[in-house]
Ligand binder design. Structure first.
Ligand code: NAD
Ligand code: DAU
Length: 334
């Protein structure tokens, strides 16, 4: 089976490639990646003959058409993925997330190739902290940020291409991922590498915002379950019942690294900051038989701390620039 993985040099895509090569000897992979600031091709450097890396833009119709024609399956991870960046400059988000997805869909339509679309729970907006509800496949779209609105738009393009053109596509909307190879701009790796570098962790606002954490391997196993057994045209929510507030995450990282639990700062809040995400993944579990393997968040987080401590060469070069970028806008408020 020949699989085209877009965004395979980024966090989730690279973990998907590593796990797939390990678990599926019949699969050959081509990664199409623009190698933006978010990519780290060193993650894929020593993977051997069953993988090739093409540097290119998913919005480049010539490259995309040529590659799609030569594959049995497209798994589309490539995106501009960071909310804070989308608030500073949305233009690349529109280009990659909307125009890039459109370009892939047209190629997949032309060549009749199976397509799986990776998306986010953020398309549903947010929940109050005391809301007993969770997102389901029937929750109306209500995105808050330039990032989540472009992801929502990309999902709707996929749905339209399924209905209007009979595309063989599925969609998954997953909650917040953690694990190895995540860029240090993101919350968990930022705070781990802050502590490792002697910088105090930074909590936006009151630190009470809740995210529904899932290990990246559980996400990617769910993606394969949907590719293997999902119903064409359908959407599946992926989540592992991992709701934790941001302050608790930081306190756990500090504890794991042997620091006082209050050794962090509150900084200016993110504009439009979504309060809480929570996924009901009943459909994925009952219809496709998927179950998460990482059931203990503290243990998974501790293993992730170990990974960043043992792989400083993977992240240290990008760390200074990321912190300089944050310092330009955030102020300590408590
Ligand atoms: P990431 O930012 O770590 O990686 C994105 C990758 O896409 C990078 O390698 C980058 O170079 C590549 N890319 C960006 N623009 C491109 C373009 N125009 N053409 C080709 N490649 C391009 O992102 P991630 O966290 O791994 O997220 C992957 C996907 O999963 C995204 O679609 C995101 O919306 C979705 N998602 C992420 C999470 C999460 O918690 N990180 C949760 C749910 C869904
Ligand atoms: O829910 C899925 C989404 O999760 C994905 O679609 C996105 O691609 C991914 O980036 C992530 O979005 P978030 O905005 O939730 O993730 P981020 O890591 O930026 O922030 C997580 C939470 O931590 C959020 O409430 C903001 C907060 N935060 C973040 C940073 C970087 C802080 O308190 N301090 C920080 O320094």
């Amino acid at each position: 089976m020949r699989v085209l993985v877009t965004g395979g040099a980024g966090f989730i895509g690279a973990n998907f490639v590593l796990r797939t090569l390990e678990q599926r000897p019949d699969v050959e992979i081509t990664v199409l990646d623009k190698l933006t600031y978010a990519a780290n091709p060193s993650t894929l450097a020593t993977l051997g003959e069953r993988i090739s890396l093409v540097e290119g833009d998913v919005a480049d119709a010539v490259i995309v058409d040529r590659l799609v024609a030569d594959h049995d399956l497209v798994v589309h991870f490539a995106a501009e993925s960071h909310n804070d960046n989308s608030l500073a400059d949305p233009s690349q988000f529109v280009h990659t997330n909307l125009v890039g997805t459109y370009t892939l869909l047209e190629a997949v339509r032309a060549h009749g190739v199976r397509y799986h679309h990776i998306s986010t729970d953020e398309v549903y907006g947010d929940l109050e902290l005391d809301d007993p509800g969770r997102f389901t496949e029937a929750t109306p779209y209500n995105p808050s940020s330039p990032y989540s609105s472009t992801k929502a738009g990309s999902d709707l393009l996929v749905r339209a291409w399924v209905r209007s053109f009979g595309l063989r596509a599925t969609i998954s909307n997953c909650s917040n991922n953690y694990g190895p190879y995540q860029h240090v701009e993101k919350f968990i790796p930022r705070q781990i590498t802050n502590v490792l570098n002697g910088i105090r962790p930074r909590l936006y606002g009151d630190g009470r915002n809740v995210r529904d954490w899932i290990h990246v391997d559980d996400h990617n196993d769910a993606v394969w379950a949907i590719i293997d057994r999902g119903e064409i045209g359908e959407t599946y929510l992926i989540g592992a019942d991992g709701e934790v507030d941001n302050r608790t995450v930081v306190e756990t990282i500090l504890e794991v690294l042997g620091q006082p639990a209050d050794a962090f700062d509150f900084v200016t809040d993110r504009p439009g900051h979504d309060r809480r995400y929570a996924i009901d993944s009943t459909r994925l579990r009952t219809e496709l038989g998927w179950q998460p393997s990482y059931l203990d968040f503290r243990a998974g987080l501790s293993a992730t701390v170990d990974w960043y401590r043992d792989n400083t060469e993977w992240w240290q070069q990008t760390k200074v620039g990321v912190e300089q970028g944050y310092a330009a806008t955030e102020k300590v408020i408590g």
